[in-house]
Write a new protein. Structure first.
Length: 278
């Protein structure tokens, strides 16, 4: 495929992020004052991604979007609009058609699925830990590739996920949901992912656990430039953590906005959703 790029262009008012699909010249113009100078790299490109259910319903309707490298991108929209379905295509939890999803310019259907899932980690609403200790859980992914993490490496991952060293030998089964979610995050980070997909990762958590997870996500972005794509029902959460917000309505991305510009959404369904949610 021809390359696609995300270019920063100057407008009279502000710097804008222009997400350009070279193939069809379709572009979304978004204000991103804080995006920095120069050209941003694209991590994920989604081109005309469609999913039809077995009963013939259109779940995704030709999605086109570029996810900039190193950013936190929020996906919001009404229930049933296709947010989880879109997210799950990105690490092939369902198989997207070839030539629709590209990671660093490579068609993800050409990649080994285990390699893809190591690069593109995912957290769900409810964490599921394996039997054994927290350390066993964290060591699981690297062990599959024949690498045994040292105790020190496990402790570093615990710290990264905001868990103190007392968790090392705790049984995964005895943890609160908030603690288990942070262990699941540490387990995902043990694979050194380049992208983190988060599907409502805090919807089952109390406000303090929610804040812990949000802090970790923002710290990861700053420290390691991790690209994060996060589905959330909380507009306030998206406004706290995201650099860009995609509004998904009825299987289509209808707007891409800066979190502080959500009130400028123009699509009637998106506007109604935002009004009812705030
Ligand atoms: N495997 C499937 N077979 C048939 N329909 C499906 C399947 N997966 C999802 N759907 C339907 O696709 C639509 C989008 O579902 P999805 O879970 O992606 O929406 P969502 O925006 O994440 O919803 P929510 O916010 O409620 O989690 C829904 O109507 C759902 O019922």
């Amino acid at each position: 495929m021809s390359s696609s790029s995300i270019q920063l262009v100057d407008t009279s008012r502000t710097t804008a992020l222009c997400v350009v699909a070279e193939e069809d010249r379709e572009h979304l113009l978004v204000d991103v004052e804080a995006a920095g100078d120069g050209e941003l790299e694209t991590k994920f490109q989604v081109r005309n991604l469609t999913k039809v259910s077995q009963t013939g319903d259109l779940i995704l309707r030709g999605i086109n979007v570029d996810i900039p490298k190193g950013m936190i991108v929020g996906i919001i929209g009404p229930s049933g609009s296709g947010k989880s379905t879109l997210l799950r295509a990105l690490n092939r939890l369902w198989e997207p058609p070839s030539h629709t999803v590209f990671l660093d310019g490579r068609d993800i259907t050409d990649l080994d699925v285990l390699v893809l899932r190591r690069k593109v980690g995912m957290l769900f609403q409810l964490p599921v830990l394996f039997e054994g200790t927290v350390a066993d859980n964290i060591r699981y992914g690297p062990q599959l590739r024949g690498k045994k993490l040292s105790d020190n490496e496990v402790h570093k991952l615990l710290t990264l996920a905001d868990l103190d060293s007392s968790f090392f030998n705790k049984a995964g089964s005895g943890l609160s949901v908030g603690q288990a979610q942070r262990v699941a995050l540490a387990r995902t980070l043990a694979n050194e992912p380049e992208v983190l997909l988060l599907d409502e990762p805090t919807s089952a958590l109390d406000p303090i656990s929610t804040q812990n997870i949000e802090d970790v996500i923002m710290k990861l972005k700053k420290k390691s430039g991790l690209t994060t794509i996060m589905v959330s029902h909380s507009i306030k959460q998206i406004q706290r953590v995201a650099d860009l917000v995609c509004l998904l309505v009825n299987g289509e991305i209808v707007e891409v906005l800066k979190p502080n510009k959500l009130s400028e959404a123009k699509h009637p369904m998106a506007l109604r959703f935002l009004e009812l949610s705030s």
